[in-house]
Structure formats: structure tokens, C-alpha cells
Design a protein around this ligand. Sequence first.
Ligand SMILES: Nc1ncnc2c1ncn2[C@@H]1O[C@H](COP(=O)(O)OP(=O)(O)O)[C@@H](O)[C@H]1O
Ligand SMILES: [Mg+2]
Length: 367
Amino acid sequence: MSGVRLEGIVKAYGAVQVEHGIDLEVQEKEFVVLVGPSGCGKSTTLRMIAGLEEISDGDLTIDGRHVNRVAPKDRDVAMVFQNYALYPHLNVAENIAFGLRIRKESKEQIAESVEEVGNILGLTPYLERRPADLSGGQRQRVAMGRAIVRRPKVFLFDEPLSNLDAKLRTQMRAEIKRLHKRLGVTSIYVTHDQVEAMTLADRIVVMHDGRIEQIGSPMDLFLNPANTFVAGFLGSPPMNMVKATIVAGDQGPVAELDGQRIQLQQIPSLTNAVGQQVTLGIRPEFVSVADQNDPNMINLDVDLVETLGSEALIHANLQGETFVIRTDTVGQMHILDGISGFTIDPKLIKVFDAKTGEALPGQVVAQ
Ligand SMILES: Nc1ncnc2c1ncn2[C@@H]1O[C@H](COP(=O)(O)OP(=O)(O)O)[C@@H](O)[C@H]1O
Ligand SMILES: [Mg+2]
């Protein structure tokens, strides 16, 4: 049972508290991604789990054992850093073997482990090379090899792909995912990149200012964000956010804004919110190009259509702000020229309290 449990974890540097009570339970074999803007406390959380940073308050349990006061080397975790932290004077094989030498494993055992890890990571041709003679991607692989070879209970990754160019990052991301499928080691991965979080995670933990905003599967967070912070953080292009007032319409609640009326779904929390100021969250992908006869059509002033190949981004104006729509192009290009009418499925419009930013209850979209 190599899970990791954080209960009420607090971190203070002197008088400044930077984490305010983190509760998280990572299951055995799970891949959990901590994501959030720079400075929200991702690295600090990971370093506390690794034992590189003291825990100010709360309880940390790894594999059922309370480890607040256990030294890093005795926690059975392995960490991979953004800057790789390889030994420049050692070759690849020696870098990978380093931890095993410290543990005083036999020469034969070490050779066998290095060979196996070299195979897993495609490093066999480079075992004699020094880090300086490797590409960024190869160095990152060596750093992962050094973690894998120790067969830890938990892998901790702190922005391991940030130093790579975009293409290599995509490739390494897939490799990490495959590796996790193959080895099944409990993993906690930190990134500020929402695409990495969406693609890698079994569950995503969205952090903000030293607190957890929401925990859930990637699709659940994408479809059912608990608040405007999570809604705006996940998804690209980001969710459109517009201020509106809820009024009563013929078919239930309607959002009124900028001379437009947008039909909302008929659920009690919205029906009972007539008169309330809200923020509508509308994903660019959930807006459709309208059939002329649709009664729920809204008209938008379009100022730009960017064609990207299979899809196009339509930039329209709503309340003086840009409202982005993402649509397919194939078979539709003739419609996009001069387009102004759109429809939105009421079930896919998220309604947030304008003051608190919290989603009104009961708006669950099934995955
Ligand atoms: N050694 C330190 N002393 C004081 N404050 C720190 C220290 N390390 C990190 N912090 C603060 O803790 C907060 C969280 O930092 P960090 O965990 O590195 O954020 P992230 O990894 O999400 O970018 C930030 O406000 C940062 O300034
Ligand atoms: Mg960090």
C-alpha cells in the first residue's frame, strides 16, 4: 500500500505562512498532478513529501508510515528535478548507478539494474557518455533512470520537462505516461502547465495561494470546475467568462447581458437565482455555429476568424470583451465567412456566483 497521505499540512517560513492546510490522499499506483500558477506552493508541497523541507504542522504518511521526522533517504521516495541534477564527471551508467553504490549493492546487481533501466529508457547506446555530451531529452531520461533504478515506493517530479523545447516536451510527456503504465509506481508530479496536467494525471490537484482549489479527474475538472479559478486555469483557449444577470424566461432561467438572452438549464439552483448577478463560464468548444432558424440563437459581432487547419478560432465581441469560439472547418468554411449567429447547449454553460466565484450547485455534466 504505497499511498501518500497529507493531512492539514502547513508550511511557514518564519512568520510567513505559505501553505494553509493541505489535505490530499494519493492512492497506490495513482498518478497525481499538482498544478497551479507560479508561487502557489507546488514545489514546497513536493519537497515536504521528499523530506527536503520541514513540515510546520500536519501529518504526512507514506505507505502507512508517519514520516514527518524521517530522513529523506529513509522515506523510499525518488525525486526528479527540472534541472536534472546529474553528476557532470560521471558517465550515464555511473549516474544511474550512484544511488545503488551508496546502498552498497553488489557489482553484479548494479550492472543488471543499469542494463535494465538503460533498456527501459532507450539509453543503452549512451551509457559511456558524460551528461555534457547528451541532448536535453537524454539528460532528462538519465535523471529518470536514476530515480527508477532505486525502485522507490513513490516518484516525485518537479517540473521535469520545463527545460525542454515544445516538441521534446510532448514526446517526453508521452514517455513518462508509458513508463507509469509499465511500472505502476505511485507518482506525484508538479507542473504549472495545464496541458501536462490534463494529459498525465489520473487526478489533478489545482492549487492557488497555498490552498487546494479542487481535486478531480482531468475531465471532471474540465467539465465541472468548482469555481472560476479552476475554470479559467484549465483549457486552452481559456473558458470565456462574462458577467450577466439571471432573469425568468419562458423556458426557465435566462442570462441577460449586453442586449442578449442566453438560455440556461432548468435546475433549482438557477431557477431560484432570478435577479442574481452571475459569471457565465462558456468554453470556446461548446459554442456552435447556428442554423438560421434556431430560436435560441445569439448574435455576436465577429471581428476575426483564425483558420488553423482542421479548426478555426472565431474572435467575437461580447460586453466589449473578446469572446472566443472554437469550431471545425471541414465542410464549414463557407459558413464561417460572415458568421454572426451561434447557439450554446444550456447544460454546458457554467454559472458562477459573481461575488464568490463559486459554481452554483447542481450543474454536473456527465463525462
Ligand atoms: N526558502 C523560502 N523562504 C521563504 N519563502 C519561500 C521559500 N521557498 C518558497 N517560498 C515561498 O513559498 C511560496 C510557494 O513557493 P513554491 O512552492 O516554490 O511555489 P511553486 O512551486 O508553486 O511555484 C512562494 O510564495 C515562495 O515565495
Ligand atoms: Mg516550483
